[in-house]
Design a protein around this ligand. Structure first.
Ligand code: F3S
Length: 261
């Protein structure tokens, strides 16, 4: 018998739904021997491998990089692979798992992310470079790189998108994931089209549809702040022309070394 007090039997309660046989989702409990360091994803793997192969969920990297295993854990969207089981079971020795909300369920915890990706593509998430591409490299300042850093670490897990109550009401809203990416492109001095991007986001389903609910910040497993990015985009949209002019001037010097301070 181990002295490790993490080792005990816990209940993993999973929302099940198989469209071939179920009319609506229902909960099903599984008993799992919790071991030291076990994550929610490990527990799911244990269930699928040894108890019930029909339990269905997405996973890939197991290291918080791919974003595949985002799900609802005890009512909060986060990554199963980064969540220790012991942190969630509490004194009731029980954890409840379900699919990301506001997205159609395909099976169990696998959701249809079509609208999520459609909204993402709406913001043209790729870089639109200037015609005059330098022979060697773009020279960006440390401040410019830092401004993009957080947005760059988004893994597109969908935790923010499906925690946003505005998405629950209006699937036309672009959403925090796409707006964070749009922010990154708008702030990138190499990008040729910040004015057009800001104009595109200025409509009814863009930056003004955000009601500053903040759920996206709470849900983000990378600690990012989509709300602040959306707020910045709102401000920039109001002075779009001036911002475009500043960008054009900046792009004339993108091939030059950054002067030392
Ligand atoms: Fe939704 Fe985040 Fe805005 S939760 S309403 S995108 S602050």
């Amino acid at each position: 018998m181990s002295n490790d007090n993490t080792q005990r039997t816990v209940t993993v309660s999973i929302q099940r739904f198989d469209p071939d046989v179920d009319k609506k989702p229902h909960m099903q409990d599984y008993q799992v021997e919790m071991t030291k360091g076990m994550t929610i994803l490990d527990a799911l793997h244990e269930i699928k491998t040894h108890q019930d192969g029909s339990v269905t969920y997405r996973r890939s990297c197991r290291h918080g990089i791919c974003g595949s295993c985002a799900m609802l854990i005890n009512g909060r969207n986060t990554l199963a692979c980064k969540t220790p089981l012991i942190d969630e079971v509490g004194h009731k020795n029980r954890v409840t798992l379900g699919p990301l909300p506001y997205l159609p369920i395909i099976k169990d915890m696998v959701v249809d992310r079509t609208t999520f990706w459609e909204q993402y593509l709406r913001v043209k998430p790729w870089l639109i470079p200037p015609d005059d591409i330098p022979e060697k490299e773009f020279r960006m300042s440390k401040e410019e790189v830092n401004a993009l850093h957080d947005a760059e670490s988004c893994i597109m897990c969908g935790a923010c998108y499906s925690s946003c109550t505005v998405i629950g009401l209006n699937k036309h809203y672009v959403g925090p994931h796409a707006l964070l990416k749009a922010f990154m492109r708008v702030m990138d001095p190499r990008d040729e089209a910040p004015g057009q991007r800001l104009a595109d986001l200025d409509g009814a389903d863009g930056v003004y549809r955000c009601h500053t609910v903040f759920n996206c910040i709470d849900a983000c497993p990378k600690g990012l702040n989509p709300t602040q990015a959306i707020e910045t985009l709102r401000k920039l949209a109001q002075k779009r022309k001036k911002f475009e002019t500043t960008r054009r001037k900046r792009q004339q010097h993108l091939h030059e070394p950054i002067p030392a301070k």
